[in-house]
Design a protein around this ligand. Structure first.
Ligand code: ATP
Length: 301
C-alpha cells in the first residue's frame, strides 16, 4: 500500500473588531463579547505520515514557535488521535506567516489547521461538531480559526454565532518587535480595573450593523478593544505606532486582540497600500502588511 499523500490546510489570522471584556471569573477566565473577523494573512499546515509525531516550522518568526507537544498543532493532532484510538504519528510542517504572540491567533490557526489536515490524512471523518468541540478544548480562539468569516464569540470567546458581512474591508497590520503574552495582558487588565465595576460585555449593535452593511466609515467609528489600555500600559510605544497609522490616513487604529500587533482600517486598497508604506518608513513597527477581510476559515488546499 502506498502512504497517503500529504494534506495542506490554509488558515487565516483574525482581528477582533470588538473585544468587550467582563470582570475576572472565579475560574480565572473573563466573559467576552468578542467580534472576530478573519483576515487574509495565512499560515499553512502540511501533514505527512511519519514514524512519530514531529513538528517543523518555517517563516520569519519560526524561531519563536515551540516544536514540542505544547505546540497547538501537536495538541490538535494528539486530541484527534486519542478520540479515534490511533497513533498520532504525523509530521506537521507549519509555514508561518502570522506574527507569533501578536494578538492575531496564529497558534490557534495552526491548531485548527492541523486538526482539519489530520482528519483528512487519517480519514477519521470527524463531524463539524466534533471538530469544533476539539477546537474549543484547545483554546478560546481555535473554533473561530476553523470557521473564519466573521463571528460573535461569547463565553470565553468559544461559543460562536456566525455574522453576516456585507462588503470587503481593507486593513494594514503592523507587527511589533517581540510578542505580548495574552495572560499577562489580561493580568494587566485586571490590575487596571481592580477599583472599578466592569460592566457585563455586550456586542455593539452599531458595530454589527456596520459589518452587515459593509460600511467602512461606520465600522471605523465602532471598533473597540477593552484590552487596548492594558496592552498600551505594558508596551507604551504602541501609542506611537497607532498615531503614525492615523496620520498616514487610517480611518481607525487599534491594538489587535492582546497585541502587540496594531491594526489600521483603510478606506480602500490604495489607501491601505499608502498606510503600510508610511508605517514601514516610520520605523514605528517591524513590518506593515495589507490584508483584506473577511477571509474563509481553515481550508484544505
Ligand atoms: P491570541 O491572539 O489567540 O491571543 P497570539 O496571536 O497573541 O494569540 P500566538 O501566536 O498564538 O499568540 O502564540 C502565543 C504563544 O503560544 C507563543 O508564544 C507560543 O509559545 C505558543 N504556541 C503554541 N503553539 C504555537 C504555534 N503553532 N504557533 C505560534 N505559537 C504557538
Amino acid at each position: 500500500m502506498t502512504a497517503p499523500a500529504p494534506v495542506t490546510v490554509r488558515v487565516p489570522a483574525k482581528v477582533n473588531v470588538q473585544l468587550a471584556v467582563g470582570g475576572r471569573r472565579p475560574d480565572g477566565f473573563h466573559d467576552l463579547a468578542n467580534v472576530f473577523l478573519a483576515v487574509g494573512l495565512y499560515d499553512e499546515v502540511t501533514v505527512t505520515p511519519a514514524d512519530t509525531l514531529r513538528i517543523t516550522c518555517e517563516g520569519p518568526d519560526a524561531a519563536l514557535v515551540p516544536l514540542d507537544r505544547t505546540n497547538l498543532a501537536a495538541r490538535a493532532a494528539l486530541a484527534l488521535a486519542e478520540r479515534h484510538g490511533r497513533a498520532p504519528d504525523v509530521h506537521i510542517h507549519i509555514r508561518k506567516d502570522i506574527p507569533v504572540a501578536g494578538g492575531m491567533a496564529g497558534g490557534s490557526a495552526d491548531g485548527a489547521g492541523a486538526l482539519l489536515a489530520c482528519d483528512a490524512l487519517w480519514g477519521t471523518a470527524a463531524s463539524r461538531e466534533e471538530l469544533l468541540a476539539i477546537c474549543a478544548e484547545l483554546g478560546s480562539d481555535v473554533p473561530f480559526s476553523l470557521v473564519g468569516g466573521a463571528a460573535l464569540g461569547r463565553g470565553r470567546g468559544e461559543l460562536l454565532t456566525p455574522l453576516e458581512v456585507g462588503g470587503v474591508f481593507h486593513w494594514v497590520f503592523a507587527a511589533a518587535d517581540g510578542g505580548l503574552s495574552t495572560p499577562a495582558v489580561y493580568g494587566e487588565f485586571d490590575r487596571l480595573t481592580q477599583d472599578v465595576s466592569v460592566p457585563d460585555p455586550e456586542p455593539s449593535a452599531a458595530l454589527l450593523a456596520a459589518l452587515r452593511a459593509g460600511d467602512v466609515t461606520a465600522l471605523a467609528g465602532a471598533l473597540a478593544n477593552d484590552l487596548q489600555p492594558a496592552a498600551l500600559s505594558l508596551r507604551p510605544s504602541l501609542a506611537e505606532t497607532l498615531a503614525a497609522g492615523t496620520e498616514a490616513g487610517a480611518l481607525a487604529a487599534l491594538v489587535s486582540g492582546s497585541g502587540p500587533t496594531t491594526a489600521f482600517l483603510a478606506k480602500d486598497a490604495a489607501s491601505a497600500g499608502r498606510i503600510a508604506g508610511a508605517l514601514t518608513a516610520s520605523g514605528h513597527c517591524r513590518t506593515a502588511r495589507t490584508a483584506v477581510s473577511p477571509a474563509p476559515g481553515a481550508t484544505v488546499l
